[in-house]
Every structure is written in structure tokens, then in C-alpha cells.
Design a protein around this ligand. Structure first.
Ligand SMILES: [Fe+2]
Ligand SMILES: [Fe+2]
Length: 273
């Protein structure tokens, strides 16, 4: 049985040996999906559906990015316990795609025109080492730490018990993904070239955080909702707090200059506005 519409960026078989294996592996049925929605408020349900559509697409993007990282680490001869730990990250993202897909279907199904994941390709001329480092710094250290902050706010808003449980599971997993990134920085010394690359890349990522996350966004998916939406101003606060309390100090502890880059990125935003 094909779940979702052709506009969804993925689908599940929903039955048979692949479904059974996947469900047991990710533990998706630990959540009781049979519980009814809290009430019949159409606006809240529609807001919730849009929130989980966007979340599902983001999770699909993470699944692709970390699958590519897993391949890159295997090719570069990374230690097997690091590779084993990363397979957990990939498994978690497959679970998150499924969790968000089930929430979308629970809240009314996929819209005809669903967004597609925005895949950011790293420059082909970069070495394998540079591509690995860029994904660790950008997607794990920065991206997953921002996810933790946003999911914590989302869970705080979620009074629907199924949404709350889904967000609790995602929050726990994303927290591990963020730590994986910083563990990597501690575990592997960098050459002078890699160090210079890391500092340039961190500056670039922090500028993109300012551009992508800090402008106050409007729209139904950014309102507080019982299904775990987060209002625009709260999103901005959560992102700034995550960068200033976790990301920047953790990079500085790992020997990567980030404080000055963050100050510069914010100053550029102020100049532009
Ligand atoms: Fe995820
Ligand atoms: Fe993640």
C-alpha cells in the first residue's frame, strides 16, 4: 500500500517484510498512534499539518546528508566505532521521516503541492576530508544544535499527546546528533589546512544562520500550535540562544574561532536592515 500522495518526497510500503523490519528496527510502534486528535479545531489541525509537512521535508534532507556522510566516512577509513555510531544517526533520521509522515497523515494527509527537500551540494572540488568536515560542522554541530533548541520549544507547545511523544523522541535523537559532531572535533586532530578550512566554513555557516533563521518569519506554520508549531519570535530566540550558549562556546573549546565570526555575521545583518 502506497502511503502519501505523489507530491510527498517519499513513501512507505506500509506492509510486508520491509515494513516489519523497519518498524521493529526504529521502534515506531512504541508510540500509540490510535489515540484520537485532542479536539476538532480545524485551524489548529491545519497549522499542525503544515508544521509536520515542513518537518518531514527537513528530516528527509538530514537523512540524505548523513547517508552521504556515512559513505564518506567508510571511504576515508574512519574507525568502525565512529561509523557504527553514525549508522545510529542515519537510522534515527529514517525514523524521523516516518514519524513526521505519520503525523502529516494523522492531521489530514499530504497536500497536493508538498515542498521538496532543499539539498545543498558541497563543491565538487572539495576534498573528501573537507566534505566530511563541512558536514560535521554545518549539519551536525550547528544544524542539529539548532534543531534541539527548536524541538524543545515545539514540544513545550505540544498539548496533543501523540505530537508530544513524537517530538520527545526526535528531541532525544537530535541531541545525540549534535553531540556526535562535537565529539568528532575532540577526537580527531586537524592539520593546519583543515583548521583554516574549518574556521572559514564556520564563519560562512554562521552568516547563513543569520540569513535563514533570524528574520522574523510569518505564516501559519510558524504560529504556536498544540501540535508543536513555534511562533516566529520564539524561533528567533531559540536559535540565538542555541548559537550563543552552545554552538559558539563548544567551537571555541574545540579550538575553532567562532565568537568573532558570530559577532561579524550579526553586525552584517544589522547593517543590511
Ligand atoms: Fe532528525
Ligand atoms: Fe538529526
Amino acid at each position: 500500500m502506497r502511503h502519501g500522495t505523489s507530491s510527498a518526497p517519499f513513501y512507505s510500503l506500509g506492509e510486508g517484510p520491509f515494513a516489519t523490519t523497519h518498524e521493529a528496527f526504529v521502534g515506531i510502534d512504541e508510540i500509540d498512534w490510535s489515540r484520537p486528535l485532542a479536539d476538532g479545531d480545524e485551524t489548529a489541525r491545519e497549522d499542525g499539518r503544515r508544521t509536520f509537512v515542513h518537518r518531514a521535508v527537513d528530516e528527509q534532507r538530514s537523512l540524505i546528508a548523513f547517508s552521504e556522510l556515512l559513505t564518506a566516512l567508510c571511504q576515508s577509513g574512519a574507525p568502525i566505532d565512529v561509523i557504527g555510531s553514525l549508522t545510529r544517526v542515519v537510522r534515527d533520521e529514517a525514523l524521523h521521516v516516518d514519524l513526521c509522515d505519520r503525523m502529516v497523515r494523522r492531521l489530514g494527509g499530504w497536500p497536493e503541492a508538498a515542498p521538496t527537500p532543499r539539498i545543498v551540494s558541497l563543491p565538487a572540488k572539495w576534498s573528501l576530508e573537507q566534505r566530511v568536515l563541512a558536514t560535521i560542522l554545518g549539519s551536525l554541530c550547528v544544524g542539529e544544535t539548532i534543531s534541539v533548541a527548536l524541538l524543545a520549544r515545539a514540544r513545550g507547545n505540544a498539548t496533543d499527546p501523540v505530537a508530544h511523544e513524537v517530538l520527545t523522541r526526535m528531541l532525544a535523537d537530535e541531541s545525540f546528533h549534535s553531540r556526535f559532531g562535537f565529539w568528532w572535533l575532540d577526537a580527531f586532530p586537524r592539520s593546519d589546512g583543515a583548521q583554516a578550512f574549518a574556521e572559514r566554513f564556520v564563519a560562512r555557516i554562521l552568516r547563513s544562520v543569520v540569513v535563514d533563521f533570524l528574520p522574523t518569519q510569518t505564516g501559519a506554520e510558524h504560529r504556536d500550535t498544540r501540535y508543536g508549531g513555534v511562533a516566529a519570535e520564539a524561533r528567533r530566540e531559540a536559535v540565538v540562544e542555541a548559537i550563543e550558549k552552545t554552538v559558539v562556546p563548544s567551537f571555541e573549546r574545540a579550538g575553532i574561532s567562532a565568537q568573532k565570526s558570530w559577532a561579524l555575521a550579526q553586525a552584517e545583518e544589522t547593517d543590511a536592515s
